[in-house]
Design a protein around this ligand. Structure first.
Ligand code: FAD
Length: 490
């Protein structure tokens, strides 16, 4: 009898170690576990919470909120099939070996991660499991192509997206996704599990109301989000993706990050929608969207081959760029109080909903790095803590792009103008008014330049909108001068 009073271990059980693959459909580690479980041998799904083993990048506050709800949703999906999710605290290797002993497991299955810490976890587990006489098998559930499968003619990793994408598409369409198993063989008695609440993933003070209103974590939420996108936005995606005032993009990023949906599922659903809709618009939307999934693949390719890039520039010469340290300005940027409405709307969208539109991610990143001359590392850290889709590969690519120091990066001298970007991509000013309540009383695109309103700002919402923390024209010249003098020095 075990400590829970249940029957003893069942020979041949398979532990399914779930990580960033929190779904049942198209989950290769789960499929293989169900297929290979000897007749009557159970599959035991387990998630280990071990933030100490995530190196310098343990999940931030918004990610933890998402993870809590994602684990609850996954447990619900498993229970609907007669299984459940066992939760254990780390350290990972001893926790899993102990669970293997308790359940009499003969094998451990998992899906691979590609971040440095995630890779180290998988490698350590493989060694320890094999020493303990367990079969250890890992699978690819997160990517359309493994990072090592795509290489230049000289066998090196790509550092430019276009040739990467050409090599990627030359491989043909990705494999079709697999449905969820109809049943998951369960043990006669379930091993002990930590209660979800005991992991402490939810904030002690509930600041997550806006995030809760905006999102439904879990596999079912991911499917609903995908269907909405295919019906309402795919055909216009090529243009709509640039408009933060519309729901023109898929908003699948947190679901993809946590593996609540697989890129194969998304890819093939987009292809199906394209063929049902037919016509040039549908093809343009689909091609443009699949290319963005390609950027995700590229980000993982880079992180895998250049694992130091979350903290250090890919172009090493940028390591001594003369960034400024200015905590007050950094805080104004973080809180959406720079005096530039398009920047502030975006930073408040992030704070309120845990997500920000791609166009405005580029604008706020340029503002921090160029107008304020604050290091991209500071921006990456803030995004890491506040985004529900915080993803080490995509975040690193985005911030190094903005900092001019990464693969295929925007050149440092390309400085986004926060006013003209706003007028162009939020032409009626609706996005700004949604998030910057002090400016609710201003009509039309004039909301992007409140300092130019004749007679000054109408008193709105009882709060004063801040003065600009910096003059963009001056800041642009200062950034270019800093670049020139740094280049002259190095
Ligand atoms: C400074 C900066 C930081 C970023 N940090 C993150 C991050 O932490 N997590 C994250 O998922 N994305 C990040 N991105 C990329 C991009 O902004 C988001 O993936 C996108 O806005 C998510 O919205 P969506 O799902 O509606 O995207 P869609 O336009 O619907 O795109 C579909 C999917 O493709 C992928 N994708 C789209 N654009 C990119 C891109 N530029 N790079 C890599 N993958 C992409 C995402 O997985 C996305 O869900 C960042 C971009 C910048 C400029």
């Amino acid at each position: 009898m075990t400590a829970t009073g249940a029957r003893g271990p069942e020979a041949g059980a398979i532990l399914l170690w779930l990580r960033q693959d929190l779904r049942l459909a198209d989950n290769p580690a789960l499929d293989a576990a169900c297929a290979t479980a000897a007749a009557g041998a159970p599959v035991v799904p387990v998630f280990t919470w071990s933030p100490e083993e995530e190196g310098a990048w343990p999940p931030g506050a918004a990610s933890r909120w998402w993870l809590h709800h994602s684990l609850a949703a996954l447990d619900g999906e498993l229970r609907a099939r007669g299984a459940r999710l066992v939760l254990r605290r780390g350290p990972i290797v001893p926790a899993l070996l102990e669970l293997a002993r308790e359940t009499g497991a003969a094998a451990i299955h998992w899906n691979r991660r590609y971040e440095p810490a995630g890779r180290a976890q998988g490698e350590a587990l493989k060694r320890a499991a094999e020493e303990a006489g367990l079969a250890a098998r890992s699978f690819n559930s997160a990517l359309l192509a493994e990072p090592w499968e795509i290489a230049t003619g000289e066998g090196r990793p790509y550092q430019v997206f276009t040739p990467f994408w050409k090599a990627f598409t030359a491989r043909g369409e990705p494999a079709a996704p697999q449905p969820a198993p109809a049943a998951i063989p369960a043990p006669v008695a379930w091993p002990r599990s930590e209660p979800l609440d005991a992991l402490g993933l939810l904030p002690r003070h509930d600041w997550a109301g806006g995030i809760r209103a905006a999102w439904s974590p879990g596999e079912a939420g991911a499917q609903r989000q995908l269907e909405r996108f295919l019906e309402e936005a795919l055909s216009d995606y090529a243009d709509g993706r640039n408009r933060p005032d519309r729901e023109g993009s898929s908003r699948l990023s947190p679901f993809l990050h946590f593996g609540e949906i697989s890129p194969r599922q998304v890819w093939h659903a987009v292809r199906r929608a394209e063929s049902v809709a037919g016509g040039r618009g549908a093809t343009r939307g689909a091609e443009s969207y699949l290319r963005e999934l390609g950027w995700r693949e590229f980000a993982y390719h880079l992180l895998f081959h250049f694992p130091r890039t979350p903290d250090s520039p890919l172009r090493a010469e940028y390591a001594d760029f003369p960034w400024r340290e200015d905590p007050a300005l950094l805080r104004a940027w973080q809180r959406g109080r720079t005096g530039y409405p398009f920047v502030d709307a975006a930073m408040r969208q992030l704070w309120r909903t845990g997500w920000m539109h791609n166009r405005t991610r580029m604008v706020v990143a340029s503002f921090l790095v160029k107008d304020l001359l604050i290091s991209w590392n500071e921006g990456a850290r803030w995004f890491w803590d506040t985004l529900v889709d915080a993803d080490l590969a995509n975040n690193t690519l985005g911030w190094q792009w903005a900092g001019g120091c990464g693969a295929d990066a925007a050149p440092f001298f390309r400085v986004f103008n926060p006013v003209t970007q706003g007028v162009r991509f939020d032409p009626e000013g609706d996005y700004v008014r949604t998030f910057v309540e002090e400016l609710e009383g201003l009509d039309g695109p004039g909301v992007h330049e409140p300092w130019a309103v004749p007679g000054g700002l109408p008193a709105a919402a009882g709060r004063l909108y801040p003065e600009r923390v910096v003059d963009h024209g001056m800041a642009r010249e200062r950034a270019l001068a800093a670049l020139a003098s740094w280049k002259g020095r190095s």
